[in-house]
Structure formats: structure tokens, C-alpha cells
Ligand binder design. Structure first.
Ligand SMILES: [Fe+2]
Length: 278
């Protein structure tokens, strides 16, 4: 048979046995980063990457400032809390431990396009559907979220559940909830991270999170890292920016008629018609 002829009867497949073997070996959980494992799984858990006192400081700051002007929950978003520049949580970008973790990426030339908190607690406890982040972001495919737990984050309080290796499918062509399409037996990882650990996730990796049944605080500080020369870099973590390409426009400034904008207009129209009908 010709090497060029790809004859596939299935619609989706994956090296499930290989994935399972690496998951079972726990090689994705270690104190130093294994680049090969990260490249294959699109995820890694770095243990004890921050000193406990560093994270205790940020956790205290989170609980002190939550709801204040620099640290407000995004309306209509299940988990997001935006961090303003002046909020002390922003200082994580300058922490030597964060810089040392980021130094593992992009030859040390690392930037970030955003930093935020994603939290669940007594007030915000809902589950998050299966999705990949890439389609909600601007820029290239090779980027990562560093999820820095400020509290114990595990399945019972809505911790992240990842489907390792799914970043290999690439950008899926649209945004939203992904169907239950992975082949039977595809492994998933219910992450269990504690203050000091960092969950590294490639932005293309499919993930979800369950409801916070425990109603305890499940708080990740998320730093989204990328090559420093990406046009959307807003914060320098390591290295020197050399490009002249810059793009700091929001989606609404970039587009005049995107799918999201059309849907929003449609809902506004529906609300208006409902109002007129009452
Ligand atoms: Fe996500």
C-alpha cells in the first residue's frame, strides 16, 4: 500500500495505551519539568515549585481583596475574577519562583498576555463544560496556562479535569462545549494540586471541571504564558522583546461582525421583542 494513502474508517483515534502508560507511571507529576511528557500530554504538574510562604502571601491577599475594585468577579462568567494592575496578585509575575518555572519555556523568552483568578467557592460553584481555551484567545497555538493553586484544588471542590494529549488534535475550528467524542477508554486526569504546586496546561488541551460539591474555596491564580515576541504579549516575564508586531486590541475592537457579536445582537433583539410582547 502506498505510504501516501491514508485510509481511515474511524472518525477519531488516539494512542490510548501509550497515554494510559504515562498517566499510570505518574511521570507527569514531578519537581522538575519533563519536556517530552509535557509535549505528549499537553499537561504537567510541577510539585513544590513555590515556597509555601510565597503562596500563603498570595492566598491571604486574594481573600483580603476579593470583591474589591482591583479583584472583581466577571459578571456572567462561571469562574473568572479579573486582576487589575494595582492589585498585589499581579506581583506574581515578578516572583523569582514564577520566573524560574517560566524559564523552562520558549528558551527563557517568555511573556504573558493575561493573568486572572479562576475560582469556585460557596457563591460560585457550578461545573464548567468540556472545552479548549485556544479558541477564546488571540495568537499562536503554542501557549500554556500556569494554574497556581492558592488553596487545595481537587475533584470534590471543582478542580480541573484534563484529557491529556487532546492538544494534538489542534484548534477545533469553533468555540464552545465539545461533544463526548473521545474514543472509549480515553484517559482523563482529575487533578489534585496543593499550594506550592503548578498545573501546566497547553491551551489546546481539552478540559472541564465538576461542580464544587464541597463548597470549599477552589482558587487558581492563572498566568497565561507565551513566546515573548507574540504580538499579544502584555507582560514580560523573562528575556527581551524584539518584535515590532504588537496587537493589544480586544475582540470588539478587532471585529465589526464576528459570530460572537452577531449572537449577542441576536439575543439583544430577542430580549427587546420579549419586552415589547409583555
Ligand atoms: Fe478553560
Amino acid at each position: 500500500m502506498s505510504n501516501y494513502l491514508v485510509c481511515v474508517s474511524e472518525k477519531i483515534s488516539a494512542p490510548i495505551e501509550k497515554l494510559k502508560a504515562i498517566i499510570e507511571s505518574k511521570r507527569y507529576i514531578a519537581e522538575s519539568l519533563d519536556h517530552q511528557v509535557l509535549a505528549f500530554l499537553g499537561m504537567f504538574v510541577l510539585k513544590n515549585a513555590f515556597r509555601p510562604e510565597t503562596i500563603a502571601r498570595y492566598a491571604a491577599s486574594y481573600f483580603e481583596h476579593l470583591g474589591g475594585p482591583g479583584l472583581e468577579k466577571t459578571p456572567f462568567h462561571v469562574t473568572e475574577v479579573k486582576i487589575k494592575h494595582e492589585n498585589p496578585l499581579h506581583d506574581i509575575l515578578a516572583e523569582p519562583e514564577l520566573r524560574s518555572i517560566a524559564g523552562n519555556f520558549f528558551g527563557g523568552n517568555v511573556g504573558a498576555d493575561f493573568i486572572r483568578v479562576v475560582k469556585k467557592d460557596k457563591k460560585n460553584f457550578l461545573s464548567v463544560f468540556l472545552h479548549q481555551d485556544t479558541c477564546y484567545q488571540i495568537g499562536s497555538f503554542q501557549r500554556y496556562s500556569l494554574f497556581i493553586p492558592l488553596t487545595h484544588c481537587h475533584y470534590a471542590n471543582g478542580g480541573l479535569v484534563l484529557y491529556p494529549g487532546t492538544h494534538n488534535y489542534g484548534y477545533l475550528g469553533d468555540a464552545g462545549e465539545i461533544s463526548n467524542v473521545l474514543p472509549a477508554g480515553y484517559p482523563k486526569v482529575e487533578t489534585n494540586t496543593r499550594p506550592g504546586d503548578v498545573l501546566i496546561m497547553h491551551s489546546g488541551t481539552w478540559h472541564e471541571s465538576p461542580e464544587n460539591g464541597e463548597l470549599t474555596d477552589r482558587v487558581y491564580l492563572e498566568v497565561h504564558i507565551q513566546d515573548i515576541n507574540e504580538p499579544t504579549t502584555k507582560f514580560v516575564i523573562g528575556g527581551q522583546r524584539q518584535t515590532e508586531w504588537l496587537l493589544h486590541l480586544t475582540e470588539n475592537e478587532l471585529f465589526v461582525n464576528s459570530r460572537t457579536q452577531r449572537i449577542k445582537r441576536l439575543y439583544d433583539e430577542v430580549d427587546k421583542l420579549k419586552g415589547a410582547a409583555v
